[in-house]
Design a protein around this ligand. Structure first.
Ligand code: NG1
Length: 443
């Protein structure tokens, strides 16, 4: 197949995308010389609904977005990985594939590729070939960074996919997605599985229902849910960068684990809030105290090991946090039903309820997220609006009818800017396809 055909198959007709690929190919030839080159891509994602459920073994419903990372690669005869980036702020890097790859300094872009390479070295039981590789991830077609659309996981996935393919290793996708999520721990965060799963398993025009509870055999229950035609996914970045390394994220995790300890009174041996999902909340609420301190939660038997918590007197809003997780899991299931029935109005209501629950029960909103949600709601043709990702900043997600796209792109930044003084980054996307090797050609 020719490049133009592959690009059209992946994005629909797009002269910008074709120009982006041609420019990356010519940069590759300039940096690494003429010869064969293989092209890989991995999409970023946005979570439609299912927030703070993944680490409670609950449900999520992400979509892959049509903003992706390209990696162009040629295998080497040795184990070196030579990395070049089309954006000059990301300096070129070299390392050797192996069991124990030395990390670059914290925050360095190459660490995502190092993590992927080290993971593969542990899974492929033979010496691995390295690669000469060019990464192209610049917006607008690339995944924006720090915008809550998981550009980091897309880089991990595309690097792992390329190295696996160049080394003739074709793993089964679900276990590969799990391996990629573990590969990302290399950079020092202990994230969940959602981002790598959606990047590797997405279908065009579908969301992915993912049950984050592993089945005994290492498998997961997942289900592709068709998105209604004529609608797009709106992602509106507040411009407030959130970080999960501050103490608040861990306090929410601790509140859930405290809830688990208390709920053992009702169901012995439970390990995650997921284990009480089948019981009506009204039967559970009184078992969970409204508030507990970190030290009270420990005394009650909460498993807070490996969770850095600075202040033993910090208060955990245990009942409200557990209520959020319980109700959110049910909303995810209801959203799957509504999407499958093409009932966009119902999906919008569920997104709105999810936002209220995240704000009032989980307490993870902030004034800018509220301003963005309110601004989105003022535009006809939008359905629901909720914070997506951990909260405290980042993005709002909504569904939008295709007839309202122009309004969204012009009016939304004005409305949000007027109430916050911040110029937001707003984009509309179509659910995209999974990470793939697209083509091998000569330059
Ligand atoms: P974001 O804020 O998109 O990085 C974080 C967690 C997710 C999930 C959400 C809340 C990491 C890397 N990511 O997402 O796994 O828990 O918060 O739903 O920890």
């Amino acid at each position: 197949m020719q490049l133009a055909e592959v690009v059209e198959q992946t994005y629909g007709e797009s002269t910008q995308q074709e120009a982006r690929y041609r420019s990356a190919l010519s940069t590759f030839a300039g940096v690494f010389g003429p010869g064969p080159v293989s092209i890989f891509r991995a999409p970023g994602r946005v979570n439609l609904i299912g927030e703070h459920t993944d680490y409670n073994h609950g449900f999520v419903l992400p979509v892959a977005i049509d903003r992706d990372i390209l990696l162009l690669a040629r295998p080497r005869a040795d184990s070196s990985v030579n990395l070049h980036n089309t954006e000059p702020v990301f300096a070129s890097r070299t390392f050797a594939v192996g069991f124990d790859i030395e990390p670059a300094e914290a925050g360095d872009w190459s660490n995502y590729v190092r993590g992927a390479a080290q993971m593969l070295a542990h899974h492929i039981e033979r010496p691995l070939l390295g690669m000469d590789a060019l990464v192209s991830a610049a917006p607008p077609q690339g995944t924006p960074r720090g915008a809550g659309v998981s550009s980091s996981s897309a880089l991990t996935v595309v690097a792992a996919l390329a190295l696996a393919w160049l080394n003739d290793w074709s793993p089964e996708r679900i276990s590969f997605a799990r391996q990629c999520s573990e590969a990302e721990w290399y950079v020092g965060t202990r994230g969940g599985i959602m981002d790598q799963f959606i990047s590797l398993l997405a279908l065009p025009e579908h969301a992915l229902f993912l049950d984050c509870r592993p089945l005994g055999n290492g498998d997961y229950h997942l289900n592709h849910v068709p998105m209604p035609s004529g609608y797009r996914v709106l992602v509106a970045n507040t411009g407030i960068r959130h970080t999960n390394v501050g103490g608040e994220f861990n306090l929410r995790v601790a509140a859930c684990r405290a809830g688990v300890a208390c709920l053992r009174e009702r169901v012995a041996d439970i390990t995650h809030l997921r284990d009480v999902q089948h019981i009506a909340w009204e039967e559970l609420a009184h078992i969970v105290p409204e508030v507990m301190s970190v030290s009270q939660a420990r005394e009650r038997g909460a498993d807070l090991a490996n969770l850095p918590l600075r202040d033993p007197d910090a208060l955990l809003r245990v009942r409200a946090c557990c209520r959020h997780v319980h109700s959110e899991n049910r909303r995810v299931q209801a959203a799957v039903d509504a999407l499958s029935a093409g009932d966009v109005t119902r999906v919008g209501e569920l997104l709105d309820e999810a936002h209220t629950s995240a704000r009032d029960d989980y307490d993870v909103s902030c004034p800018e997220l509220e301003a963005m949600v309110n601004a989105v709601k003022k535009i006809d043709g939008t359905y629901g609006a909720r914070l997506t990702g951990a909260g405290w900043g980042g993005c709002v997600v909504a569904l939008v009818h295709q007839d309202a796209l122009l309004d969204v792109e012009s009016i939304l930044p004005e409305l949000y800017g007027a109430s916050t003084g911040i110029e937001p980054h707003v984009f509309v996307c179509q659910p995209s396809s999974r990470a793939e090797h697209l083509l091998t050609l000569s330059v």
